[in-house]
Design a protein. Sequence first.
Length: 164
Amino acid sequence: MVCVGLTTLLATAQDVNKKVADPGAGIDILQGPCTREGLEKDVDAAWYSVGYKEYKVNEEVLATISDDMLNGIKVNIVLGTWCPDSQREVPRFFKIMDTLGVPESDISMICVDTHKMAPSTQVDTLNIERVPTFIIYRDGKELGRIVESPEKSLEEDLRNILLY
């Protein structure tokens, strides 16, 4: 249900990819609903592009993720463009999603400030403690999360979530 609400919010939001000054980070950040295009622009482009290009997906693990396992999934990503963990993991996650053929329309993102807040979103209902948080849903039900850094690898953690 939260997944549907966030997807609807992102589809209708007028302040997508909004840059704001964040006193906590001491820099301009993205805050609120965002898209991959937003990460590919301005100061975020450097870390996103390099992280995406340089990451080598584990093809062996991805081969164990079937189309049936991906059927009906939606992903919400809560990240901080100011956060080194988000800067490392989000481009890698998108490369994995691209390799698996998950449509970008099935992935929603909310960028938060250093207090893990984003006005005009439902981020406060998601119990976000650390970023990035990748929340995987199937049929509106949360299957699992990858929080901050994977336990094993993004590929293995994703597969383990999808197995349930």
